[in-house]
Unconditional design. Structure first.
Length: 180
């Protein structure tokens, strides 16, 4: 990746700080999505730090998909602003761990077990560099879309030109008739 990994998280963090989110009928609410992102970042950063230290670790996302773990993390953060700070902190840690790998350790394969929706989504060795990059791209994008779908429009998160309806000939009100 050409830019620091943590830069990819800025829009997600901003959304948490300015957003208002509805509770979904199914799936995780915004708080659990944010907790998941922060926990995964910290777990992968820990993995990369261990590789950089010469260890041979493995990755299992069980805690990062366990709703009781996610709820405890979200409760400890306090609110969406606290969760935004946790995601931001974890993204900085992930970027630092990624950079510490250097060229020589980035290709180190690590055993990875990922569960998604109760199913095993991946169970194979992955190069640690690719794993970090995939987390900051595909994984983050999927959960950014999930978070965006829960966002309730507010004046703060609407583009300015969506707040006002443009006047065109097709939507201009008809002139008022004078009553005599």
């Amino acid at each position: 990746m050409n830019e620091r990994l943590d830069a990819a998280y800025a829009p997600f963090v901003a959304s948490l700080r300015t957003g208002s989110f509805r509770i979904p009928e199914t799936g995780w609410p915004a708080e659990l999505i944010a907790a998941h992102i922060a926990l995964v970042n910290d777990s992968i950063a820990d993995l990369a730090e261990q590789v950089a230290a010469g260890a041979k670790p493995s990755y299992d996302n069980a805690a990062a998909v366990d709703e009781s773990c996610l709820r405890a993390f979200a409760d400890a953060a306090g609110d969406l602003v606290g969760l935004a700070a946790a995601v931001e902190r974890s993204a900085v840690r992930l970027a630092a761990a990624y950079e510490a790998l250097g060229a020589e350790l980035g290709d180190t394969p690590v055993p990875v077990l990922i569960r998604d929706g109760g199913e095993v989504a991946a169970d194979r060795p992955m190069p640690i560099r690719s794993f970090c990059e995939g987390n900051a791209s595909r994984h983050l994008r999927a959960h950014s879309e999930q978070l965006s779908a829960l966002q309730v429009p507010t004046a703060e998160n609407l583009p300015r030109n969506r707040n006002r309806r443009a006047r065109t000939s097709s939507n201009r009100p008809a002139p008022r008739q004078r009553q005599s």
